[in-house]
Design a protein around this ligand. Structure first.
Ligand code: NAG
Ligand code: NAG
Ligand code: ZN
Length: 458
């Protein structure tokens, strides 16, 4: 076969990657605040004030100063003006200032005492009980940077790949900043939590003995970036508001595609792997994409049935790189929706946060007569109903198969918490309604587009 064929394949791959990623898109000509936006690399938004350089942007359409305002500033916006508001807010929010990001004062990120406690927590980073909320407080909101840096070090990746620690830190800071801190759920703490869970799965005996440093590297980067620049609303919302990301990605895995391209943008900008060959960097970018795209919960049935049939046939061979990557996709899927498998104390907090984000979307949909998405109506939904449906239709099937693959103490612990947490929510449900067995019907239509992209919590 030889060199020629390999070259040919490499060229096809490069062509595919570049054609997929070099999209330049134009906004409405009526939209005077912007002329163009370019995905990947710097996104330049031309405003009346001149050029503003921004790395990338989901540029969410909603002014959160309005919606998050306690003082209920009533802004009278007619339906006719919604489109204009939505598109205008993209640019407003593209500024870090409006995304509520405060640049940490590097000289005093950590108080010494807190720093000591955070370091102490990191010694137990592989514990399933790891309290990411506490860790985030102790690191003054820098949980994603601190945790991921620590894991890179722990897995020997800095040495193995000869990484420049300054570049690594800069890359991680950019990643952390590109999460929206005002999202109740899809923020950098969720990313840190998923990264911590991924680390726990990578340590499982079946995986750890066959994983290469490359696999570990990709897994940690994909976990840390898997929801990058998440706008806090789901795919159906982006589609019905004609958001440019929905157009760009043709209504398919819209958010996941954006998370991936955003991650690639930051990888390139940071120059973290500039010392690697172009081929390796391109391979890395596409494999990270495969991992992140697997977190699209609407594709779960496809992944799950493939997983199930491999397990039925018993033909998974982890010396095979393709099989290994498939398992890493399943591991990241598990990490992404593992909230109900944590202890009640942690799990409950995540449930409250994700529900808050759903209901917030529902409030916007009501306000602008967009039609309230399933699970997003605070008048008809409860945390308990949402959680029970989520566990029954998404979490239990996935973790059941995972425990078949990796039948360890960790898997049993996770299934144990899952059962207990479900029972607790059922208790809450009974108290609230007297009828204990309702399962949210929205979850029964798994293949339907109307299923919110992320009860997923992705
Ligand atoms: C940031 O740190 C410097 C010391 O290097 C200090 O003078 C300054 O007041 C700090 N700023 C804030 C906002 O804490
Ligand atoms: C995306 O969905 C919207 C709303 O259903 C539809 O109008 C549009 O044509 C779809 N776009 C593509 C590329 O399928
Ligand atoms: Zn996620």
């Amino acid at each position: 076969m030889g060199i020629a064929l390999i070259w040919c394949l490499a060229l096809i791959l490069i062509k595919w990657i570049t054609s997929k990623r070099r999209g330049a898109i134009s906004y409405d000509s009526s939209d005077q605040t912007a002329l163009y936006i370019r995905m990947l690399g710097d996104v330049r938004v031309r405003s009346r004030a001149g050029f503003e350089t921004e790395r990338r942007g989901s540029h969410p359409y909603i002014d959160f100063r309005i919606f998050h305002s306690n003082s209920e500033i009533e802004v009278s916006v007619s339906a006719r003006n919604v489109r204009r508001l939505l598109s205008f807010q993209r640019y407003l929010r593209s500024s870090r200032f409006f995304r509520g990001i405060t640049v940490p004062n590097s000289s005093n990120i950590l108080d010494d005492d807190y720093n000591g406690q955070a370091k102490c927590m990191l010694e137990k980073v592989g514990n399933w009980n790891f309290d990411i909320f506490l860790f985030d407080r102790l690191t003054n909101g820098n949980s994603l940077v601190s945790l991921t840096f620590h894991l890179f070090n722990l897995h020997g990746l800095i040495e193995h790949f000869q990484l420049d620690t300054m570049k690594l830190r800069r890359f991680l800071v950019m990643v952390q900043e590109d999460y929206h801190s005002q999202n109740p759920y899809h923020n950098a703490v969720h990313a840190a939590d998923v990264t911590q869970a991924m680390h726990c799965y990578l340590k499982e005996p079946k995986l750890s003995k066959s994983l290469t440093p490359w696999d570990v590297l990709l897994s940690l980067i994909a976990a840390a970036t898997h929801d990058l620049d998440h706008p806090g609303v789901n795919q159906p919302f982006l589609i019905k508001t004609n958001h440019y990301l929905a157009t760009l990605y043709k209504n398919t895995s819209v958010l996941e595609n954006h998370h991936w391209r955003s991650a690639v943008g930051l990888l390139r900008e940071s120059g973290l792997f500039a010392h690697m060959s172009l081929e390796n960097r391109q391979l890395m970018e596409s494999q990270i994409g495969d991992l992140i795209l697997a977190t699209d919960i609407s594709q779960q049935n496809e992944y799950l049935s493939m997983f199930r049939s491999h397990l039925d046939r018993g033909d998974l061979c982890l010396e095979n790189a393709n099989h290994r990557h498939f398992i890493l996709q399943m591991a990241l899927k598990c990490a992404d929706i593992c909230n109900p498998c944590r202890t009640w104390e942690l799990s409950k907090q995540w449930s409250e946060k994700v529900t808050e984000e759903f209901f917030h979307q529902g409030d916007i949909e009501k306000k602008y007569h967009l039609g309230v998405s399933p699970l997003c109506d605070r008048q008809t939904e409860t945390i308990a109903n949402i959680q029970i449906g989520f566990m029954t239709y998404l979490v239990e099937p996935l973790f059941g198969e995972w425990a078949r693959f990796s039948n360890t103490r960790l898997s049993q612990t996770m299934l144990g918490h899952l059962g207990l947490n479900k029972a607790s929510w059922k208790g809450v449900q009974r108290e609230q309604s007297g009828s204990g067995d309702d399962v949210d019907p929205a979850f029964e239509e798994m293949d339907s587009d109307i299923l919110p992209q992320e009860p997923r919590l992705s």
